[in-house]
Design a protein around this ligand. Structure first.
Ligand SMILES: Cc1cc2nc3c(=O)[nH]c(=O)nc-3n(C[C@H](O)[C@H](O)[C@H](O)COP(=O)(O)OP(=O)(O)OC[C@H]3O[C@@H](n4cnc5c(N)ncnc54)[C@H](O)[C@@H]3O)c2cc1C
Length: 499
């Protein structure tokens, strides 16, 4: 995938997509597959917005059952099945334990009913049937969990994903089908003719050049930035979305093999403790946010809330701030709704301004394929569109290879070969090809992970990286490990300078 900026001003596209988060990426992928000429621009890196700040679950959303949002849950569970099939390397089944305590807001019978309904709604797409857990089962499966008041629990199944890479694979797929995509290109104004938008004035944030991109239709998939971009069209545009902040901490300990679904005692929220890169991803929070989306961050208060709740569940663990590898914060771009942030529906809607800009708001990561499909149907309402249920991505396909044998052949660690398969799917051989061409690329980037230099070289050549953070956070994900040496950054910087 080549960052060729000059080509953008040479034609009028069928579709210009603004925003390279998961929704924009999927719309581009699907539109290119459908045969449209597509341009996509992203002002920062692909997935650098909300789409790399999620809890990283492809899920029906057990808690939405409580809100009686059965349609949303059912739709999400269907999408979960599609994602498990199309990206088995990035979306993997995961068991969730719900420990229930005497004073919990939702008692054991309610949790049992909830997971039964969840399995019922997923029908033939159930990953594995839920089961009840005795108190003793939970104590064995989750060493160190609070014993006092524990009455038992349930186990159900959902899926975990790599959000940044899933987004990137949509971008790579779109590019391979002929879409023109670029990161670090910002839309700064709309170009109009007879009060209708016919293009956008953009700035390449690498060279600082500005130019115009013309298109027959324009879609804004800018998530939390929607209110701001629509004001570029019309200063008086009323606020379209409600943004709520969610933060996560990555804690340097994996508490259990399974994920935990925990009921907070201080409010009616639930939060997760999920295995992630050998650590635990703990989150999330949900609070209204009225600041600028560029400024969102995890505050001390947010972090303390999650630490306090984790300490409550693991009282013997001495859970401390020093063991936090990293934190991150994101904004949910929600359709306006009343009530507390957690009560607002996660449904998506697609609308159109009087000047003919289409925009997508709301939704969940899980339903991105459906959002892209609905968006294209809405935009091309005069065409009869058929979409195949099968959705393929850049690394789609099953990887059935002997990891040990490959490790021996290429003189790599088994953990490295496994990592390559997990990150790149069927494309992992492209990285091995780099190793074959230049054996120095076998070397690990740093002691903090099994990632190798070939991945950095590959990300520069194939995955359109411009900045060190693009590699650290979104191509390799080593940022989550909280490496203290700084060596990863140094190595990547060196490669980028040679670019
Ligand atoms: C804390 C949290 C946890 C979540 N957990 C889950 C989960 O586990 N499972 C799930 O299904 N969903 C989850 N979600 C929801 C999910 O992450 C979002 O619905 C999804 O990522 C939204 O994607 P998007 O493409 O609409 O927005 P974004 O990913 O934010 O993408 C919008 C992009 O537009 C770009 N942009 C903005 N302005 C411009 C401009 N002028 N020019 C060019 N580009 C521009 C931005 O840089 C950004 O990259 C979670 C959300 C949050 C906040």
């Amino acid at each position: 995938m080549f960052r060729d900026i000059n080509r953008f001003s040479k034609q009028q596209y069928d579709l210009l997509i603004i925003g390279g988060g998961i929704n924009g990426a999927a719309i581009a992928n699907m539109a290119a597959q459908y045969g449209l000429s597509v341009a996509l621009v992203e002002r920062s890196d692909f997935a650098s917005g909300t789409s790399s700040k999620s809890t990283k679950l492809i899920h029906g959303g057990l808690r939405y059952i409580e809100h009686l949002e059965f349609d949303l849950v059912k739709e999400s569970l269907k999408e979960r099945a599609i994602q498990l099939k199309c990206a088995p390397h990035l979306v993997k089944p995961l068991g969730f334990i719900i420990p229930v305590y005497k004073k919990d807001r939702r008692p054991l019978w309610m949790m049992r009913l909830g997971v039964s309904l969840y399995d019922f709604l997923s029908g033939k797409n159930t990953i594995k049937k839920h089961c009840s857990l005795r108190r003793q089962d939970i104590l064995e499966r989750v060493p160190g969990i609070k014993k006092e008041g524990l009455v038992g629990g349930v186990m159900y199944y959902d899926a975990q994903m790599d959000d940044a890479r899933l987004c990137l694979e949509n971008i790579l797929s779109a590019d391979s089908k002929g879409a023109h995509v670029a990161n670090y290109v910002e839309v700064q104004a709309f170009v109009k003719q007879n009060l209708k938008v016919i293009g956008a004035r953009v700035k390449d944030l690498v060279t600082l050049n500005t130019f115009e991109i013309k298109a027959k239709k324009i879609v804004c998939a800018v998530g939390p930035w929607t209110n701001f971009i629509l004001k570029l069209d019309h200063k008086e545009t009323p606020t379209k979305i409600r943004t709520t902040k969610g933060i996560h901490i990555v804690y340097k300990k994996q508490f259990a093999h399974d994920a935990l679904f925990i009921q907070s005692t201080s409010d009616k929220r639930i939060f997760f403790i999920i295995p992630w890169y050998g650590h635990s991803l703990i989150g999330t929070t949900d609070t209204d946010y009225t600041g600028h989306p560029d400024d969102v961050q995890a505050t001390d208060e947010d972090i303390e809330y999650l630490l306090r709740e984790t300490r409550r569940i693991f009282p013997m663990e001495n859970v401390s701030r020093d063991e936090i590898a990293t934190t991150f914060a994101g904004l949910r771009p929600l359709v306006h709704g009343k009530g507390s942030p957690s009560d607002v529906s996660r449904k998506h809607i697609i609308e159109q301004t009087p000047s003919d800009i289409f925009y997508v708001i709301g939704g969940k990561y899980t339903t991105y394929r459906k959002i892209a499909q609905d968006c294209l149907k809405y935009i091309l309402k005069n065409e009869k569109m058929e979409f195949p249920e099968d959705y393929t991505l850049y690394g789609s396909g099953n990887v059935i290879e002997d990891v040990q044998e490959l490790a021996r052949m290429y003189q790599l660690d088994v953990s490295t070969v496994q990592l390559l398969m997990d990150k790149y799917g069927t494309r992992f051989k492209d990285i091995l090809h780099f190793v074959q061409e230049d054996p120095r690329l076998k070397e690990k980037i740093c002691t903090c992970s099994p990632a190798i230099r070939a991945q950095v070289a590959y990300s520069i050549k194939v995955e359109m990286v411009c900045m060190v953070d693009d590699v650290i956070w979104r191509r390799l994900g080593i940022g989550y490990l909280g490496c203290k040496t700084g060596k990863c950054r140094e190595v990547i910087e060196r490669y980028l300078k040679k670019k």
